[in-house]
Write a protein that binds this ligand. Structure first.
Ligand code: SF4
Length: 385
């Protein structure tokens, strides 16, 4: 039987750094020659991982998705994306149409022609980073695009890659609940099949962290967002992700369901099973260290470590409890083993959360109740694993 696997490519380059960003990205504009050399390194790293991590057993796996994230992968030439997609499909003898192929994109990097070319290269899902519908907030966030460019990109996406997501950030500095409620109505008017609505996180070391004291933590923004989205008919299938029917992101669901995934590129992570054991892999985060490792024939891989049953239990819970569907005991047992799962199910902390109605526990699995979904992180801390 084949096992599903999600594939990720991390393109680490951006034109500038957004004020809130803690992703592994660097500001650099590549020439065509430099881009081509990077693409070759990605192809080599893919081959290396197939040989040394999956041990050539591509036939044991069924790729479900290919996700180009970053950084700003929409800076790539469509021909480069085509090369990467074709190579991956050739390795797995699969058709691009059978996969969910997502490209993260910033509006200012798109033209209608480029979007069409991305679609022809095999991209069938677009994730547009818009973040705000107010010009002054776009400037404050350090975004390079105007509101007009963002709205134009949405119109092109609708025509050429209709399976698209829009990313927004809420609870921004000086944003009131009332202002966010109004902005949400404008977002809903865009009629996107999928929306990622993230509460701003104050990443240490970013210019934004300086504002943190201005905004007390509150569940009000989270609860308002969920209420409005539910009324509009979107499913909150994950705490920050909302979709209309049949528009789940298959790639991200693989992470949240704790399935296997293989990440290629600087700073990319992977989780793969070998001989019944689960391994955590991390690539060199720095671009030059990653390129050196690829050139030396070690694939860009910095570390690989075997995960203990307890580590798998924690990772699986952290992912699965974010989902509306929650987690399934059988799948948790598959990763963490029966002993850890039995201990969890008999834990007084879990039973207390169940009594309080925070966790809904059945014979099949467990999930956080709708009214407590803002508290997922607190639930995990309370379980004291
Ligand atoms: S475009 Fe994305 S990855 Fe690049 S700096 Fe902005 S938030 Fe970070």
């Amino acid at each position: 039987m084949t096992r599903p696997i999600a594939l990720y490519v991390h393109w680490p380059f951006c034109r500038s750094k957004c004020a809130y960003c803690a992703f592994n990205s660097v500001v650099r504009v590549l020439s065509r020659t430099q881009e081509s050399a990077w693409v070759q390194a990605f192809l080599s790293s893919f081959d290396w991982h197939i040989q040394h991590i999956l041990e050539g057993h591509t036939a044991s796996y069924r790729p479900i998705s290919l996700f180009f994230g970053g950084g700003t992968p929409s800076l790539l030439q469509p021909e480069s994306l085509q090369q990467l997609i074709s190579h991956m499909c050739a390795l797995w003898s699969c058709q691009a149409e059978s996969l969910e192929i997502t490209l993260e994109a910033n509006p200012e990097t798109l033209t209608e022609e480029r979007l069409q070319a991305f679609s022809q290269a095999g991209v069938n899902r677009l994730s547009l980073g818009i973040q705000a519908l107010h010009p002054q907030d776009l400037a404050m966030l350090g975004r390079r695009h105007s509101l007009e460019q963002a709205l134009q990109a949405v119109a092109w996406a609708r025509n050429h890659i209709p399976n698209y997501n829009l990313d927004f950030i809420y609870h921004r500095p000086r944003q009131s609940l009332r202002a966010w409620r109004q902005e949400l109505q404008h977002i809903l008017a865009l009629d996107a099949p999928h929306l990622s609505l993230y509460e701003l996180t104050w990443e240490p070391g970013t210019p934004f962290a300086l504002h943190q004291k201005e905004l007390p933590a509150t569940a009000a923004f989270f609860n308002l967002t969920h209420r409005v989205m539910q009324e509009a008919g979107y499913t909150a299938y994950e705490i920050s992700n909302f979709c209309t029917p049949a528009h789940f992101c298959r790639h991200n669901l693989a992470y949240w369901r704790y399935q296997e995934y293989l990440g290629i590129g600087p700073g990319a992570h992977s989780r793969v099973e070998r001989e019944g054991q689960r391994w955590a892999l991390a690539a060199f985060a720095h671009g030059s260290a990653w390129r050196t490792s690829v050139a030396r024939g070690t694939g860009g891989l910095a570390t690989q470590s075997l995960l203990s049953p307890r580590e798998q239990l924690i990772e699986h819970l952290c992912m699965g409890l974010r989902l509306e569907e929650g987690l399934c005991w059988d799948q948790l047992e598959h990763s963490a083993g029966p002993t850890e799962v039995a201990m969890l199910r008999h834990s007084p902390y879990l039973q207390k959360l169940q009594t309080l109605g925070v966790l809904l526990v059945t014979q099949q699995g467990a999930r956080v109740s709708q009214e407590n979904r803002a508290k997922v992180d607190g639930v995990l801390r309370y379980l004291d694993l």
